[in-house]
Design a protein around this ligand. Structure first.
Ligand code: SF4
Length: 402
């Protein structure tokens, strides 16, 4: 498995596979072709079908500046990956200088056809939770110490945590409409006001968490700076919980870092053994994966044992199995923003339930089993329900006219 730096990346919203990945590919291609006069980008599959709402064309054109770039939304068949793009560089006589076929494989990661160096090296030698657990037992390590055994990453993770909190803060301080044709109102700040006024402790906590999740997701939806966790579409969940534990519950930074390491292991395993791309596996791969990561992180915050952390992560994903990706209008707004808030609350519940249920019964479903099932389920999902906006909510929710 790769470094956690490959999982947690800072970038512009609203979608890691549709903005961050294409942005990285365009930057690399531009550096690779300094003599180009102008560029073309052809988008296929999900990148074509939801690229407009996900701002894919915008981010490519911006990245290629000051050189011109034309973006084409194409229909492709028998694609090797549902997020495929072809970048072409031309000289001033319209001769093709170079061309790359790029796959945006989720979480901002890219693979370039025929370019091996685009694939990052493996840092962690294990491929399943069971293998990691066995290694930890043999070496007397806790799960967060497992990360320390393979990479020194505390400073990087602290920077990631600070960006996550900044994204929540930025969102909390904004009101008005999100950009785009949905005319959706930002409500993170209003939810925070309701939380402050709420006198029932249990409801106050849920309102605070929801306010933070909405704020981070609204920031993402408007193209703000966000952290993939594991993707940008699902980037409201970890930040909401981290913000709550750090600022409201006053957990020290070192505890937050331990928690995000656990989340990182879980996210890496899902990325390795299934997918974190909505175009490949539906929303279970994005919000489901984020919920599993967050559930494990909260379990760590609660000081739970390894088998309870595993239970929380398993529960976090098991109840998202089959979750479809059908964004209305191709925007990362409906159902995405509300879904981030719901999954944040579910992560808290999963950690609490895992703690108490594990005291009375052993979980029959391992984390590795549920990841395997998620991969299988993602392959079975209809293409209309995998980030194409061709089915589901995308075809029944009307686009609001102003
Ligand atoms: S429905 Fe889920 S996977 Fe699809 S764009 Fe929204 S957050 Fe991403």
């Amino acid at each position: 498995m790769k470094s956690l730096k490959e999982l947690f990346r800072i970038g512009p919203g609203p979608s890691s596979s549709h903005t961050l990945g294409p942005q990285r590919a365009s930057k690399m291609f531009k550096e690779h072709t300094p003599n180009a006069y102008y560029y073309e980008a052809e988008l296929f599959g999900s990148l074509s079908l939801t690229g407009k709402g996900h701002l894919t064309d915008y981010i490519i054109i911006e990245t290629m500046k000051p050189k011109d770039c034309n973006v084409f939304f194409k229909v492709g068949e028998n694609l090797k990956h549902p997020n495929t793009m072809v970048l072409s560089a031309y000289d001033d006589k319209r001769n093709l200088i170079d061309q790359w076929t790029v796959y945006s494989v989720g979480g901002g990661a890219i693979e370039i056809e025929g370019v091996a160096s685009a694939k990052e090296k493996d840092i962690y030698p294990h491929a399943s939770f069971q293998e990691i657990s066995q290694y930890c037992k043999e070496h007397g390590l806790s799960l967060y110490q497992y990360v320390d055994a393979f990479e020194q990453i505390d400073d990087y993770l602290e920077m990631i945590i600070k960006q996550m909190c900044k994204t929540v803060d930025t969102g909390l301080n904004k009101e008005g409409e999100l950009p785009g044709k949905l005319h959706l109102k930002r409500i993170g700040r209003s939810l925070l006001k309701k939380a402050v006024q709420c006198e029932i402790a249990a409801e106050k906590e849920r309102l605070l968490l929801s306010a933070y999740a909405y704020s981070a997701s609204e920031e993402n939806a408007s193209g703000g700076t966000t952290v993939t966790a594991p993707t940008l579409g699902s980037s409201g969940i970890l930040p909401a919980l981290i913000y709550y534990f750090y600022y409201d519950l006053k957990y020290p930074m070192e505890e937050i870092i331990k928690g995000i390491k656990i989340a990182g292991i879980i996210g890496n395993l899902i990325k390795r053994n299934a997918t974190i791309s909505g175009a490949e596996g539906g929303c279970q791969a994005e919000v489901g994966a984020a919920c599993a990561m967050a559930s494990a992180m909260v379990a760590q915050f609660r000081g739970l044992e390894e088998h309870q952390i595993e239970y929380a992560a398993e529960m976090g994903i098991e109840h998202h199995l089959g979750l479809t990706c059908d964004p209305v209008g191709g925007y990362v707004m409906i159902p995405c923003i509300e879904r981030n808030a719901v999954a944040t609350l579910r992560a808290m519940d999963s950690a609490v339930l895992a703690q108490f249920i594990s005291e009375v019964k052993k979980n029959k479903v391992s984390f590795d089993m549920v990841v395997h099932t998620m991969n299988y389920t993602g392959k079975k999902l209809a293409i209309e329900l995998k980030e194409t906006s061709l089915g589901g909510l995308a075809t029944v929710v009307p686009m609001e006219e102003k």
